[in-house]
Write a new protein. Structure first.
Length: 197
């Protein structure tokens, strides 16, 4: 649940940071490219410069289970905004298993009730299995956004969400392979100079 640290000598990709700064609450950011293009580093660097509450979750396949996904995401949100999502937290602490439908509805409602701007980063989103109900929960949230949440997905491939619809509605900022690649040679050149060639 912790944002990757940014090395002091890392080169800032100013144009991409400026693109990310265009994102507003009730919208989404998609950073999609194969491994090795600095996706997480870029988002971590941007988040370090960003005001407001920030939550970061690095996903793995176990979070394809909706309960586990909501557990970790709620914990990250509460760490950033103490007192947020109280009903969801209570349901997760209950001994008996909470039906997914109930947990989903409670969690989405409490996301909508968040009144303080917060940026939520889901890193390695490609690790969520294709058939996971996590996608439907996020899809429903993105379809009817409310509250003060900006959702950032960092992934090696496009998620099974309504990307085209969000793009058409003007509610999606996209950073893709070509954007990252375009800035990579400059970064590598500068790093090479720092390292002495």
């Amino acid at each position: 649940m912790h944002r990757p640290p940014v090395a002091e000598d890392i080169v800032t990709r100013d144009r991409l940071i400026a693109r990310l700064n265009e994102a507003a609450v009730n919208s989404a950011v998609l950073v999609s490219a194969p491994a090795g293009y600095g996706k997480s580093t870029l988002v971590s660097q941007w988040l370090e410069m960003r005001d407001g509450a920030r939550a970061w979750v690095s996903l793995d396949p176990t979070e394809s289970n909706l309960v586990e996904f909501v557990r970790y995401l709620t914990a990250a949100i509460v760490e950033a905004l103490p007192g947020a999502c109280p009903v969801t937290s209570d349901q997760l602490r209950a001994g008996a298993a909470v039906p997914e439908s109930v947990l989903k509805r409670t969690f989405l409602n409490e996301l909508a009730w968040i009144s303080t701007p917060i940026t939520i980063v889901l890193d390695d989103y490609h690790r969520i299995e294709t058939k996971s109900s996590v996608h439907s929960v996020l899809g429903e949230f993105l379809e009817r956004p409310s509250g003060e949440v900006l959702l950032v997905l960092v992934t090696r491939r496009d998620p099974p969400l309504q990307v085209a619809a969000l793009r058409g509605a003007g509610r999606l900022i996209e950073i893709r392979l070509e954007d990252l690649h375009r800035h990579l040679p400059v970064v590598l050149q500068v790093l090479g100079q720092i390292d002495g060639g």
